[in-house]
Design a protein around this ligand. Structure first.
Ligand SMILES: Cc1cc2nc3c(=O)[nH]c(=O)nc-3n(C[C@H](O)[C@H](O)[C@H](O)COP(=O)(O)OP(=O)(O)OC[C@H]3O[C@@H](n4cnc5c(N)ncnc54)[C@H](O)[C@@H]3O)c2cc1C
Length: 389
């Protein structure tokens, strides 16, 4: 007879793992089905930035709630998420200075420790950066980065200690529906029954939604990153920075490394099973040129490694959360390149929605699928350029 679970979660990335953890906290026993292994895709490739600076208040709130997990991980979840506090700086183009100030005011209202700093302040924080193009920036002294694979794995370990089941190397091939509601899945390891099925399949979310007869506007987004080894003179490190002036972000990594990601030239719509063990040709040269404009001393650094990854992306570059399609089918996808840092809060909200029928942590209804048909795409009141042009 087929195994039965309270909830089947398709996808063992940080989002599926966070949901599994939060469901078990509510006494529910989920089953996570992962076609490869935990954190094999976007999560394992993620740059792991943990910051709260968003132009949409809901995103900032999700990141702020999640931050309470990252900084108390061993007590809240168990294990280690590798959170490293570096301080975070958001650089913007000069024409967005007033938008930045409005966003920082919004963040402060929520309770996030952040303030506006001048270029002199930035220089004092990190003298290695050349910042003659920066007038003001947002600073979050508590923020930094975490280890996405360790985060997902410790969520999953904690969930399994409380009764969650994990099947790896388990590809979901079809979703069974009877009288308008989901009843189970067909997989490479057989059939599993469940009255609730959650699509946390990352860049494959549109394929999984189609198995439930649902079309969702989740495309694929490909993103490369590289690590550069800093020369000895720069061994002290630097803050984590999103640098809209130069269309990039960077952060320190242990072992004297700096991770660099570029915000431009991230292809949309490529098959997510493409080769991603290395960054695309030309990426390393562009990334080195860009980071050396900001940290000139890195021209004495050396290439360490590079890779790429895929995430699902939506038209407004915000997640899709909530019930949609057949009864019992839920979406937790479309994270558009920023779904690591918010995974703890999103897992909590989705568990409340599934088990209690309502979300108490935060109202996530603006993230529903129907916002696209209703013309209610999510945008910030004070937005900067689109991130992933
Ligand atoms: C290079 C890169 C850097 C990033 N940097 C950051 C960052 O600094 N900060 C941040 O907040 N976010 C960042 N992101 C985004 C973040 O990593 C993702 O939004 C997040 O990891 C999404 O988690 P997920 O669980 O939804 O997806 P994934 O981790 O991709 O997990 C989905 C899983 O579903 C599985 N799956 C798919 N189809 C099936 C099927 N049919 N059956 C079974 N399993 C299936 C896949 O194998 C996969 O493991 C980055 C993303 C990339 C690619």
């Amino acid at each position: 007879m087929a195994e039965t679970a309270d909830v089947v979660i398709i996808g063992g990335g940080v989002q599926g793992a966070s949901l599994a953890f939060h469901l078990t906290e509510k006494g529910v026993k989920p089953m996570v089905l992962e076609r490869r292994f935990v954190a094999a895709e976007a999560t394992g490739r993620s740059s792991g930035l943990v910051r709260m600076h968003y132009d949409v208040e809901l995103d900032a709130r999700l990141a702020w709630i999640s931050f309470q997990y990252f900084r108390n991980w061993s007590e809240r979840v168990g294990g280690d998420c590798g959170f490293t506090r570096t301080g975070f700086l958001q650089f913007i183009k000069p024409e967005y200075a007033s938008a930045l100030k409005a966003n920082v005011a919004m963040h402060q209202r929520i309770g996030i420790p952040t303030f506006v700093v001048t270029s002199d302040d930035v220089h004092r924080l990190s003298p290695m950066m050349k910042i003659d193009d920066i007038e003001v920036a947002a600073y979050e002294p508590e923020s930094g980065y975490a280890d996405p694979s360790a985060t997902a794995q410790s969520f999953m370990d904690a969930a399994r200690r409380k009764g969650a089941v994990l099947h790896q190397d388990c590809m979901v091939k079809a979703i069974q529906i009877h009288s308008g509601r989901v009843i189970g899945v067909e997989t490479s390891q057989g059939v599993f029954n469940a009255p609730v099925i959650v699509n946390a399949a990352g860049a494959w979310a549109a394929d999984v939604a189609r198995m439930a007869g649902l079309d969702i506007p989740v495309n694929t987004w490909e993103h490369d990153t590289m690590f550069i080894r800093r020369p000895k003179e720069l061994s002290i490190g630097h803050p984590t920075v999103i640098d809209d002036m130069l269309d990039m972000y960077f952060r320190p990594e242990t072992g004297g490394l700096t991770l660099v990601g570029l915000e431009d030239n991230n292809p949309i719509g490529k098959p997510p099973d493409s080769f991603i063990d290395r960054a695309k040709p030309g990426y390393i040269e562009r990334a080195i040129d860009r980071i050396c404009q900001r940290i000139p001393g890195l021209d004495q650094g050396s290439w360490h490694s590079d890779h790429g990854g895929f995430d699902g992306i939506t038209p407004d570059e915000r997640a899709i959360l909530g019930q949609a399609g057949p009864e019992g089918f839920y979406l937790q996808c479309g994270f558009s390149g920023t779904g690591f840092k918010t995974a703890p809060a999103i897992g909590a909200c989705m568990a409340e929605l599934i088990v209690d029928g309502a979300v108490h942590t935060l109202d996530i209804t603006p993230f529903s699928l129907k916002r696209f048909s209703e013309g209610k795409m999510l945008t910030g009141d004070h937005s900067y350029d689109s991130a992933w042009h």
